[in-house]
Ligand binder design. Structure first.
Ligand code: ZN
Length: 430
């Protein structure tokens, strides 16, 4: 997983992700002719009551914070049982220390393999979903799915969990899976850190708060969001946490978390949760060790918070220049960016227009990457100058919510984008 592109989560959003395991379905429910009455529930069938009962037991185990309660629900013969113990021991300890993470399990029934018409045992594979929510940061639940195996031994037997496997790589790991962590709360931020980074977290908390506050003062506030989640990360995990994009040498990351419907995911379908008025995605910030040497540390904290708050418009794929330009514009303000970087923006803008707006590689992998960041910020400075913040956010939302063909057409940009870039170029006198 060198590159957990945000796209991988949503491409084929309605595709089935279950591993096929065949069998399991009985003589079935085909429409019959004649007087034959087929009892639709004959044999062993996994019902909604069965999944609800298992879900309730898993929920009680989570709320207890006791890993033994969770383990008691899994077949002790499962080869992965020690991995489950390790993962959830750490999670329960971290959630207990943090105190602001709630969670819930979802059990679904994939269609077609959860019945044995002859009345014997039913066994099948499916996805078990754990969804969590960080208080104040996530307006909706953030999902992760696990491969799992289920069994119902007879018509009247309960649904059992035989095996709880790995979390799907695109959803894993979170910061609380890779270290024992603690947190500091400020008005606009949760700051999460390892024990060894506690002094640094405390020292930098006021600047992180400043950066987050500036982003909240600037951006349209996503409903239900009052804080940004910052982690102090380190080399081994930089760019590798849930939702990370591989910009290896960045000093900080905003990790994207699109909101997928946990109930749909538990049946194997990746469908977005699109509750009107609520953000479509959330995010976490990773502040890398190198960020703490930067004189503009507060700007970096603000830049990443802008990324997170802009996820409210997120639809699955947004061009790099759109997201980075908004964050660059937001971190210091358009006029300050232009005053500092005007000359290099003018010299790089032609190349930016030709290469950087097409695809993520042209932007992030270029030796002129930092010039392109500045150029992208200039597009928003132009929008603000010509139409105020309304134009800035209206344009950003249009791009964020648009589809990939508009944002990243192969080898070309659409007409509106071409016009916007040309207008920015003449505004710049570039
Ligand atoms: Zn950025």
């Amino acid at each position: 997983m060198t590159r957990i592109d945000r796209r991988t989560l949503l491409v084929g959003a309605t595709g089935l992700v279950l591993t096929a395991c065949g069998g399991g379905s009985g003589p079935d429910t085909k429409a019959t002719s004649g007087p034959n009455i087929v009892k639709p529930n004959a044999g062993t069938v996994v019902t909604a009551e069965d999944t609800a009962a298992l879900r309730e037991k898993l929920g009680a185990a989570f709320r207890s914070g006791d890993v033994e309660q969770l383990l008691a629900l899994i077949d002790p013969e499962s080869f992965a049982i020690e991995d489950v113990r390790k993962r959830w021991t750490r999670r329960f300890e971290n959630f207990d220390r943090l105190g602001f993470v709630t969670g819930e399990w979802y059990v679904g029934t994939p269609t077609g393999r959860t019945r044995n018409g002859a009345g014997g045992e039913v066994e099948y594979r499916g996805d078990l979903v754990f969804a969590h929510q960080v208080e104040g940061c996530d307006a909706q639940q953030v999902v992760e799915s696990y491969s799992a195996e289920f069994r119902k031994q007879s018509e009247d037997a309960p649904l059992e969990l035989m095996h709880l496997g790995d979390a799907e790589a695109a959803f894993d790991p979170s910061i609380w899976d890779v270290a024992d962590v603690d947190a500091i709360e400020t008005e606009h931020a949760w700051i999460v850190f390892r024990g060894k980074d506690a002094a640094r977290a405390k020292r930098f908390a006021p600047r992180i708060e400043d950066g987050a506050k500036r982003a909240f003062d600037l951006m349209p506030r996503p409903k239900g969001v009052e804080k940004v989640f910052y982690s102090l990360t380190w080399n081994d995990v930089d760019g590798k946490l849930y939702g990370g994009v591989a910009v290896g040498d960045a000093d900080a990351h905003a990790y994207y978390h699109p909101f997928l419907d946990p109930e749909e995911l538990a049946t194997g379908q990746k469908a977005t949760t699109d509750v009107s008025g609520l953000p479509r995605a959330t995010g976490r910030v990773g502040m890398h060790e190198s960020a703490f040497d930067r004189p503009d540390f507060t700007d970096v904290a603000c830049h990443e918070a802008v990324h997170v708050l802009a996820n409210q418009w997120y639809s699955g794929s947004t061009a790099a220049w759109v997201t980075e330009g908004l964050a660059v514009w937001g971190e210091r303000g358009g006029p300050a960016n232009m005053a500092r970087d005007g000359a290099r923006i003018r010299s790089a803008f032609g190349e930016f227009e030709r290469t950087a707006v097409i695809g993520r590689e042209g932007f992030y992998d270029s030796p002129r990457r930092s010039d392109f960041y500045a150029c992208a910020g200039a597009v928003y400075a132009y929008l603000e100058d010509s139409g105020g913040r309304k134009a800035v956010f209206g344009t950003a939302e249009k791009y964020y919510a648009g589809d990939e063909s508009v944002n990243e057409a192969e080898g070309a940009v659409d007409d509106d984008t071409a016009k916007l870039l040309a207008a920015t170029r003449s505004w710049l006198n570039a």
